[in-house]
Design a protein around this ligand. Structure first.
Ligand code: SF4
Length: 336
């Protein structure tokens, strides 16, 4: 690819996608937030949530000073909550620094910032020569250069060749270039469908010439996961107008999330909740949910007295729900 073709690609991108909210008002903070949100999530899902998140936490300081529970609440609808925690950790660390780190080495040292995010901050936030190889960029460049390898291996090859300046060795705005490649990957050069005739790169795209764009990156076939059935007892304890919750312990799965008291029934190896050897579930209503490899029946038990550990007990009225991140299962149960 030469500079003229890169500029053609950028012109196409700017004409069509310059109005994405994180592109309209640029800041390193906005780039940090949007790039973490966009990992594993589509642009259309991120758009409204980015705007409401930035309204709630307009800068690094406000995010760093927020309670994690409020950050998780503002993240609702985006899923993969570990990203919200990573963003919060990163904001905490960077807000204590004199300046926003501006080298790859310094960025990846920050808890919460991985290789991809570091490259995205350098390229998109700072307009430096860097390549933020997400799935879209990996796919477009593997096809453009005709690298027929497995997903992941294409990314490694591209990373190395880019670092050695064997590819993409021209002067261009790397912010615009990275964004244009991402735009192309989610529009004309998708994983299972290509619209090469509309693509600004088609004249020198190797896999278009070879008529085999869909052959790369090769997919690693995943084993079909057989879901394990699981019964969980969810206890709804209401005293006057407040419900009892407990906070998941630090350092454990879903740390700090508020949950209804929950117990695993019988013989699963899952250790996330205390286990009850047996419990008569027959007359209890239930709702179903799935998480990772588990198909769960959530049995709902309403009770009116219980002995409590005051340190881990949290009482919330239904008016408080909007201020806390509760899982969708919990919300469904409380709406029963
Ligand atoms: S020409 Fe086709 S395969 Fe090549 S980059 Fe464009 S959309 Fe992808």
């Amino acid at each position: 690819m030469n500079v003229r073709l890169a500029q053609k690609l950028i012109r196409w991108s700017k004409l069509n996608y310059a109005d994405l909210p994180w592109r309209k008002k640029r800041s390193l903070y906005n780039t940090l937030v949007s790039e973490i949100m966009l990992q594993q999530t589509t642009v259309s899902t991120v758009k409204p949530r980015f705007l409401s998140f930035i309204k709630r936490f307009p800068d690094l300081k406000s995010l760093a000073q927020a309670d994690e529970a409020h950050v998780l609440k503002a993240w609702e609808g985006l899923g993969y909550y570990s990203r919200a925690r990573r963003l919060h950790w990163a904001a905490n660390t960077i807000s204590k620094m004199k300046n926003f780190p501006d080298t790859h080495e310094n960025l990846v040292e920050i808890k919460g910032i991985g290789l991809y995010t570091a490259n995205a901050i350098l390229a998109i936030g700072m307009d430096k020569r860097a390549l933020a190889i997400d799935a879209n960029i990996e796919r477009v460049l593997a096809r453009y250069f005709g690298i027929y390898e497995f997903k992941g291996i294409c990314a490694k090859k591209l990373t190395q060749e880019f670092a050695d300046k064997k590819i993409l060795n021209f002067k261009v705005s790397f912010r615009d270039f990275n964004e244009a490649l991402m735009d192309l990957g989610r529009t004309y050069c998708r994983a299972n469908k290509v619209d090469c005739l509309l693509c600004p790169l088609r004249k020198s795209c190797k896999s278009f010439k070879d008529k085999n764009a869909l052959l790369t990156p090769k997919k690693v076939l995943k084993k079909k996961v057989v879901k394990e059935d699981l019964n969980i007892l969810r206890v709804v304890f209401k005293k006057s107008d407040k419900y009892l919750f407990f906070k998941r312990p630090k350092g454990k799965w879903l740390q700090d999330q508020l949950e209804l008291p929950s117990f695993i029934i019988a013989n699963s190896k899952l250790k996330q909740y205390p286990r009850l050897k047996s419990f008569n579930l027959e007359k209890l209503p239930h709702i179903e949910s799935t998480i990772t490899k588990y198909k769960i029946k959530n049995y709902i038990l309403n009770i009116d007295s219980i002995k409590l550990d005051p340190k881990r007990s949290v009482w919330l009225s239904s008016n408080d729900f909007k201020n806390h991140h509760l899982s969708s299962v919990t919300k469904k149960i409380l709406n029963c």
